[in-house]
Design a protein. Structure first.
Lengths: 168, 168
DNA sequence: GCCTATAAATAAGC
DNA sequence: GCTTATTTATAGGC
């Protein structure tokens, strides 16, 4: 038997999964004609990036970002950029709230998993009442909810007006 | 036989794959403690993004400070102020809704605590109202949150200015 | 959104 | 990097 080093297998997982995401991004670009940028920082702080057509090109399209200065305009072109900046701030605030909700859901999911495994937690006395058939369904409902919440901030982003476009 | 519209199935593929990449990014973050940002522009020019911990936090580490290359808004590429204002209001409504859902979850947490003390599930009292093999009330509360989120997303999307390009 | 068949990604071991 | 058992993602239909 071979001894498995935790750090080693974790490293393998990281690079494999990072390459997997790159491949998915490439596929999305090719199949749908989309532009995709992926930026990754490992837990050790090293930066990796992939982009089609290029990371820099895409990220510069992503501007303006909240916290960044609004685009510089002529004196007579004013009000609209302010509205966009305000909306970005609102979106960021909402994303924070969504993150909080997600944390709550994660905590609940953990409790369900614990109850399922050991049956000796906060609702120990009642776990039998849930039923063998209902518990997996309950857990799956939580997972679906988690995914939906995760995507919500993205939905808000996609609701923004299309970026000023030059090349496509 | 159902006639398959090319544009339609392509759209499905885009959103499914985009969500797939988000999930992969989320997994990479969770399993490896990495920070991941994904930015996508559809062929219609709409922006989507996902980030853990957040897109902006990650991109600010990648991009030089943004004072310099702020995006250039062409005078004729500015979107409708009305649509922007409506979207801002929608974001405010969403924030209120998130707060409301949080309050709802807090109330549920209280019920769970009470059930723990009484050694019974809080929804057992309403067992008659559940009907057949339906999910317990707690799960339905979660589903309610999910549905509210989806409805809000639909509202946001329907209030959008049309995409700059064809394909509707 | 759900479901199903199929293709692809991944973990673990070499 | 390769192999294989298993898990997951996806296309296509509803």
């Amino acid at each position: 038997m071979r001894r498995i080093e935790k750090e080693e297998s974790r490293q393998v997982t990281f690079s494999k999964r990072r390459n997997g995401i790159y491949k998915k991004a490439s596929e999305l670009s090719m199949l749908c004609g989309a532009h995709v940028a992926v930026v990754v920082f490992s837990s050790a702080g090293r930066a990796y990036a992939f982009g089609d057509p290029s990371v820099d090109y895409i990220l510069h399209q992503y501007l303006p970002l909240p916290g960044k200065d609004a685009p510089v305009l002529d004196d007579n072109a004013v009000s609209e950029p302010e509205a966009v900046a305000a909306m970005w701030r609102a979106v960021e605030e909402t994303k924070a709230q969504v993150a909080a909700e997600r944390a709550r859901m994660d905590a609940i999911a953990v409790k369900v998993a614990q109850a399922k495994a050991g049956r000796r937690f906060w609702w120990e006395a009642d776990i039998e009442a849930l039923g063998e058939a209902e518990l997996p369904e309950f857990t799956r409902a939580l997972e679906r909810l988690k995914d939906n919440i995760r995507r919500r901030a993205d939905t808000l982003l996609s609701a923004l007006p299309p970026p000023p476009r030059r090349l496509r």
